[in-house]
Write a protein that binds this ligand. Structure first.
Ligand code: DAH
Length: 356
């Protein structure tokens, strides 16, 4: 019978105590071989087994294996414990001192942003038209020549194309894809969809961003916003158009502002008109903003040209329509008496904060 020193159970007690005393993962890794591995007392004991008779060898072998398993189990448990502890300590070290953060926030208040003036104006305009029974639709900002020009009654090389200083996109054949120069192409999408789905009549407004190769000045931006309106139904007349424009003007600008239509030209409407509203700066008396006329032009409108209805497959004998389009930025300019539209894109907080 081996002496006490080599009794596996006693040996295991001793080794388990050593495992419990390990203070770090590094220490554990270092001690591993001498506790259960090649340099451990178990390995040493194992080597003595050969000298024993079979009976003793079997008994000792079994208790040796059990003792080693016990130490291995304790070692793994200790490894898990130390790993968790080290992780907790690392997280603790990384943690921000909340006290500092709160102090900094008190010293330096974080500015909370808000929607921009144009987005807010667009939403208000949509609300006005929705209250009048219109739906709100959107169209793409990149258009083919067909939507931006041709279907709107401007065949290639038509001189009216010159009214819109166009940005061409480098896609497809040269000069066939454009950044839309107005929201009117969305009318075409809507009418095509209506034709395909039996979706007439149409009562919709279509807000969105447009682009023109313009030199920015007090009243023009390279990227600007329009809202388009389209009604296509049976029995629509110019009086419906004029009434809609006047209702919108009063609803958006208030009862002291009125609208007027002046003869104009657009290839996609016949007859066409430009629509103007009382100058909000001088109330109609005449000032620099309205060039002393008392009126400011907001946009264009007219009865949808039969050629446009035909291009999208709508029977112009049966259906009539009116359309209009005007600048959202221009509306904000009039409503808030902004002297220079470029202020909308400069992000000067002294300007922006006035519209929170
Ligand atoms: N698309 C025109 C422009 O940007 C404005 C316009 C005129 C829209 C007449 C219309 C319209 O729908 O009928 O200058």
């Amino acid at each position: 019978m081996p002496d006490d020193r080599l009794d596996p159970a006693t040996l295991a007690d001793d080794l388990v105590n050593r495992v419990h005393a390990l203070a770090s993962l590094d220490a554990l890794r270092e001690a591993e071989a001498s506790l259960v591995g090649r340099r451990s007392p178990f390995a040493e004991l194992q080597r003595t087994l050969g000298a024993l008779d079979e009976e003793e060898r079997r008994t000792l072998g079994a208790s040796l294996q059990e003792a080693r398993r016990r130490v291995e189990g304790e070692l793994e448990a200790r490894r898990g414990l130390l790993a968790a502890e080290e992780r907790r300590r690392a997280l603790e070290a990384d943690r921000l001192d909340l006290g500092d953060v709160v102090d900094a926030a008190v010293r330096l208040p974080v500015a909370v942003g808000h929607g921009g003036l144009i987005a807010a104006t667009q939403r208000e305009l949509e609300d006005v038209f929705v209250a009048m029974g219109f739906t709100v639709e959107e169209g793409p900002e990149v258009e083919s020549d067909w939507y931006n020009f041709e279907a709107l009654n401007m065949p290639p090389a038509h001189p009216a194309r010159g009214l819109w200083d166009t940005f061409y996109v480098d896609l497809g054949d040269p000069e066939t894809v454009v950044l839309r120069t107005h929201t009117s192409p969305t009318q075409i999408h809507l009418m095509e969809r209506a034709t395909a789905t039996d979706g007439l009549p149409i009562h919709s407004v279509m807000p969105g961003r447009c682009y023109r190769r313009d030199t920015p000045d007090a009243r023009h931006l390279v990227a600007f916003h329009q809202i388009e309106g389209l009604v296509v139904a049976e029995g629509i007349t110019f009086a419906d158009l004029a009434g809609t424009i006047e209702s919108f003007t009063t609803a958006y600008f208030g009862p002291s502002i009125t609208s007027r239509l002046r003869p104009g030209f657009f290839p996609f409407t016949e007859p066409s008109a430009e629509f103007e509203v009382t100058c909000t700066v001088c109330g109609g008396g005449g000032c620099r903003t309205c060039s002393m006329t008392g009126w400011v032009e907001l946009g264009g409108c007219g009865m949808v040209d039969p050629a446009v209805l035909t291009a999208v497959g709508i029977d112009p004998e049966r259906y009539h329509g009116f359309a209009f389009g005007f600048g959202i930025d221009r509306c904000a300019m009039m409503r808030y008496e902004i002297a220079d539209l470029r202020a909308l894109t400069e992000n000067d907080v002294r300007f922006v904060e006035q519209f929170s």
